[in-house]
Design a protein around this ligand. Structure first.
Ligand SMILES: Nc1nc2c(ncn2[C@@H]2O[C@H](COP(=O)(O)OP(=O)(O)OP(=O)(O)O)[C@@H](O)[C@H]2O)c(=O)[nH]1
Ligand SMILES: [Mg+2]
Length: 418
């Protein structure tokens, strides 16, 4: 057995005062980068942030800061630098030349975590595609570094050996993966099409990573999906059936979480998976209401939903973790049709959430009282085959029934309404 060597990382970022906080490198994005680094298995030994409008084109930091970085590396015994912004191939090469240690960026880190989490065939293809597309323009930087050090964060995953090959090889690999992905997608479209045909309605859980989507899914459906206090615990979309009180066929889909500065290639590669969410009848945006960064998280998720062209007729904002969150303040605006405060951990508010979902999902059934004269008893009998009968009584006036009816059934039986 080989001993696993933990990489000792210094986190690097520039702090700029931007009005749009979703792009800003602040204490919070560095804190998030720290979580990502930990998730990927690195030990964070230091942080270096420079106040600056933009990173430098040549080597991200200015000269003075790079000197400081070199001393820190020596003092802390660091062997990995993780930058909070996407780096170009030449930036990676320059920084590595100056500092003598391996350099990765936030996107590479996220891709690495995805690579270690991918379980399904589709997930693996998507991650490898994203890694290859991301690394292709950075090959010159990566080539030397890989042969020199071999392995570590950012080099794992299905694509690792391929990265050392030439561009043409990678292009061929990308093409092959795209074909495979198209094949898997066709299969999934087929399944989704079948669900639609069978009148199954869908709710999709979306939201920032670690918001509690999987925990909520488990609570609502009594399943046992992996949920944990870590970033990107879920990668592959999971579908479970959701029991509605009127007997409608519904499913709920759990999806991969969102994060600030999600690598563009990853969004592209995961587009089809996320389309599963985009095409749901109802979107359930799960928000960690206990997180001080809640508003930014909502903005990031909204931005990504927009980019993915999510067009669900209704979006429900679910403020989760109310057991540990401060009392809920502002009512969300914009795309949200409903909102509710819940705790997936304790179960609080889930009854209300189910009511909202039952209302929001198409084909809602309602109770109707009917009276069939005995001359129309054939119609009454027909309902037995297809509808939920709550009550039935044979009276002098005819057959009295209470049933659950959707719009179509209601239109058919309206004339017997009592
Ligand atoms: N206190 C509290 N913790 C919760 C609640 N819901 C979820 N959590 C915790 O939050 C953490 C993340 O939960 P997950 O369900 O894995 O979150 P997720 O949104 O699926 O995250 P990703 O799959 O990583 O995107 C876990 O440690 C849960 O136990 C809640 O209502 N209250
Ligand atoms: Mg999850």
């Amino acid at each position: 057995m080989t001993e696993k060597i933990t990489e000792r990382a210094i986190l690097c970022g520039v702090h700029r005062d931007l009005p749009d906080r979703t792009e800003d490198t602040t204490d919070e994005t560095i804190a998030e980068l720290r979580e990502l680094a930990k998730t990927a298995g690195a030990e964070v030994v230091g942080v270096m942030v420079q106040n600056k409008d933009h990173p430098e084109t040549a080597a991200y930091f200015g000269e003075g800061k790079l000197e400081e970085l070199k001393s820190s590396i020596a003092a802390l015994g660091a062997d990995l630098l993780i930058f909070d912004d996407e780096l170009t191939g030449s930036q990676i090469r320059n920084i590595e030349d100056i500092t003598g240690v391996r350099v990765i960026d936030r996107s590479t880190l996220i891709l690495d975590i995805f690579a270690s989490r991918a379980r399904s065939k589709e997930g693996k293809i998507q991650v490898e595609l994203a890694q290859l597309r991301y690394n292709l323009p950075r090959l010159t930087g990566l080539g030397t570094q890989l042969s020199r050090l071999g392995g570590g964060i950012g080099t794992r995953g299905p694509g690792e050996t391929k990265l050392e090959s030439d561009r043409r090889h990678i292009h061929r690999r990308i093409e092959a993966l795209e074909e495979q992905l198209a094949e898997v997608e066709r299969h999934r479209d087929l399944l989704r099409g079948r669900r639609t045909k069978d009148g199954v309605v869908t709710a999709a859980l979306v939201g920032y990573t670690n918001a509690g989507k999987s925990t909520l899914m488990n609570r609502l459906t009594g399943s046992d999906i992996f949920a944990a206090d870590m970033l990107f615990a879920t990668l592959d979309p999971t579908v479970r059936s959701l029991e509605l009180s009127d007997g409608r066929n519904a499913v709920i889909v759990d999806t991969v979480g969102f994060i600030r500065k999600l690598p563009h290639h990853l969004i592209k590669a995961f587009r089809s998976t996320l389309e599963e969410a985009a095409e749901a009848d109802v979107l359930v945006h799960v928000i960690d209401a206990s997180d001080p960064e809640m508003q930014t998280h909502i903005a990031v998720a909204d931005g990504l939903l927009e980019e993915l062209g999510c067009k669900a007729a209704r979006t429900v904002a679910v403020f989760n973790k109310c057991d540990v969150a401060p009392p809920l303040s502002p009512r969300p605006r914009g795309r949200y049709t409903d909102y509710v405060s819940v705790s997936a951990a304790t179960g609080e508010g889930l009854g209300r959430l189910m009511e909202i979902l039952e209302d929001a999902l198409p084909g809602k059934k309602r109770e109707v009282s009917l009276l069939f004269p005995y001359s129309d008893s054939g119609e009454a009998a027909r309902l037995h085959d297809t509808e939920v009968i709550l009550e039935e009584e044979y009276t002098d006036a005819g057959i009295k029934m209470r049933i659950l009816a959707d719009e179509a059934v209601y239109a058919r039986v309206k004339k017997w309404e009592a």
